[in-house]
Ligand binder design. Structure first.
Ligand code: PTJ
Length: 258
């Protein structure tokens, strides 16, 4: 109890183990839900299958997502426990770059967790956090989980919503409200992945920094160029290419006798 595990730098899985420790530490601080530990493990398994690298369809989706966020009039970044634990600094940077507020939106919503996530993001440089306490006073229609509670200044009135690590019930409801949904989900088969307008099948620890790079690259692009990047993107096609990539990778590995 309370003993901090040191992960040797030369450990072959050091990066993954550090992410795991981050999630565990943040569960202790009340940021990550207990179920978030399990969700992380599911993510790790999919990440292992794609090779723990950003694969070409994910990069393509990230560029389209950056263009969509730049085109948005009211973009909002939804933050849950796992996202806050893994990439707090990067989420704050993204929020500032895009002038897109961060909104706490939780499946396992408790006052303690809302406050812990808000504190964590403020400690990483955020200035305003939406969706905490009474601020989550609007309701997403036809949604029955705690995720239905949203901030009228944030997700409720957003045109584009970035939802990292979704659990499937909200993307459909947001789409029914006419919103454009960008998901980050390592599982290309999940309901969220299948329902979103743009799905980035990548680990959030790579996807958000990649998005920041694309935003830098596209900041000066014309509206027409940004619109053309978004309209050329086909989520179903990109997900098929992701699954084909995984199939081909596994076939190659099986031939190598792995
Ligand atoms: O913080 P809360 O209360 O909102 O709870 C959040 C969790 C994550 C517990 C909740 O949304 C949940 O149970 O999610 P699921 O149904 O396990 O779905 C999470 C999805 O995120 C799965 O498809 C995972 O593969 C994926 N995932 C996990 N870790 C990562 C990830 N995707 C991208 N990057 C990751 N690091």
């Amino acid at each position: 109890m309370g003993v901090k595990l040191r992960i040797p730098e030369n450990h072959p899985r050091a990066k993954s183990l550090k992410e795991r420790m981050l999630i565990i530490e943040c569960e202790k601080k009340g940021i990550v839900a207990k179920a978030g530990l399990i969700a992380h493990g599911r993510g790790e398994a999919f990440d292992y299958i794609i090779g723990e690298n950003t694969i070409p369809p994910a990069l393509f989706a990230t560029k389209a997502a950056a263009a969509a966020m730049l085109l948005a009039k009211r973009p909002v970044i939804s933050v849950n426990g796992n996202a806050a634990a893994l990439v707090p600094k990067e989420l704050v940077m993204l929020s500032k770059e895009l002038n897109a507020p961060l909104e706490v939106n939780l499946f396992f919503r408790t006052k303690r967790r809302e406050e812990a996530i808000k504190k964590h993001l403020l400690a990483h440089g955020a200035e305003l956090i939406l969706g905490v306490g009474r601020d989550a006073s609007a309701i997403i229609p036809e949604l029955f989980s705690e995720r239905r509670r949203v901030d009228p200044r944030g997700i409720y009135s957003a045109d584009v919503v970035l939802v990292p690590l979704e659990d499937g019930d909200r993307t459909y409801a947001l789409k029914k409200m006419g919103k454009f949904v960008i998901a980050i989900d390592l599982n290309p088969l999940s309901r969220t992945a299948q329902t979103a307008d743009i799905t980035i099948v990548d680990n959030i620890v790579r996807a958000i920094p990649n998005m920041l790079r694309f935003i830098e690259e596209l900041k000066g692009a014309s509206l027409e160029d940004l619109e053309s990047i978004v309209s050329r993107f086909d989520n179903k096609k990109n997900l098929s290419e992701t699954i084909i990539y995984i199939r081909d990778r596994l076939t190659k590995l099986s031939r190598e006798g792995n």
